[in-house]
Design a protein around this ligand. Structure first.
Ligand code: GTB
Length: 215
């Protein structure tokens, strides 16, 4: 059964791949699953039909038969559990890959999102400039720890997994700040993720949506 995901009708990033449908597209590509995309406007995201799929009125969502999911971590995990390619067979290695998925969204992503909030939602506040160094240092603390763990390894724990897919997706969000480049092994890790054929297909597909001529 072909799944349907939702994505921004037009992403505010203009196709840089930073909106979260990209990580779901990437997981679908890694697992070789065909999918359809329903594009939604900001208004449609807050309307009852979409809220029935996503209680917080956001993208992406995932529909497959009777199953409707929201939260990218849950969607990627669902795909990784049901299709080969994103989780190791060995139970311990599988548990560790899942731990990295949680680490991505629960430990590394929050300080990165704080920076986005500080810049884009609180940018006009008189205290924002004073606060930015603290916000950036909290990101550096996590990137430093992650960089130490990764060392010169290719992926976080053996072969590429859903843990890497989520971590690379999260790290991409802080690249525009320049902070990622302070950690060359993390920048190279992200570049390895972006170089995967499945990522390239996912990126190209979201780019096509976000750069198409206006209706
Ligand atoms: N925890 C949820 C998940 O992982 O699925 C978070 C989902 C989420 O934040 N969705 C955002 C959304 O729908 C889009 S991805 N926002 C609309 C709203 O809340 O009304 C976040 C995002 C948006 C824009 C950029 N950008 O332009 O660079 C990057 C990321």
């Amino acid at each position: 059964m072909t799944a349907t995901i939702t994505a921004f009708e037009r992403s505010p990033d203009g196709g840089k791949g930073l909106a979260r449908d990209t990580r779901v597209r990437w997981a679908l590509e890694e697992t070789g699953q065909p999918y359809a995309v329903r594009l939604v406007s900001f208004a449609a995201m807050k309307a009852p039909a979409h809220l029935a799929l996503h209680p917080f009125g956001q993208i992406p969502t995932y529909e497959e038969g009777d199953l409707a999911l929201f939260e990218t971590g849950a969607i990627v995990f669902h795909l990784a559990e049901r299709h080969a390619g994103l989780l190791p067979d060995d139970p311990d290695a599988r548990a560790r890959a899942i731990a990295w998925m949680f680490a991505a969204v629960n430990t590394v992503e929050p300080p990165i999102l704080d920076l986005a909030t500080a810049l884009f939602q609180e940018g006009a506040q008189p205290w924002t400039q004073d606060r930015l160094p603290l916000v950036k240092d909290r990101i550096r603390a996590r990137l430093g720890q992650l960089s130490t763990h990764l060392g010169d390894a290719e992926w976080l724990d053996g072969a590429f997994s859903a843990g890497d897919l989520m971590m690379v997706s999260v790290l991409l969000r802080c690249r525009p700040s320049g902070l990622l480049d302070e950690y060359p092994n993390l920048a190279a890790y992200v570049a390895r993720g972006e170089g995967r054929p499945a990522y390239r297909r996912a990126f190209a597909d979201q780019l096509a949506v976000n750069t198409r001529p206006a209706d």
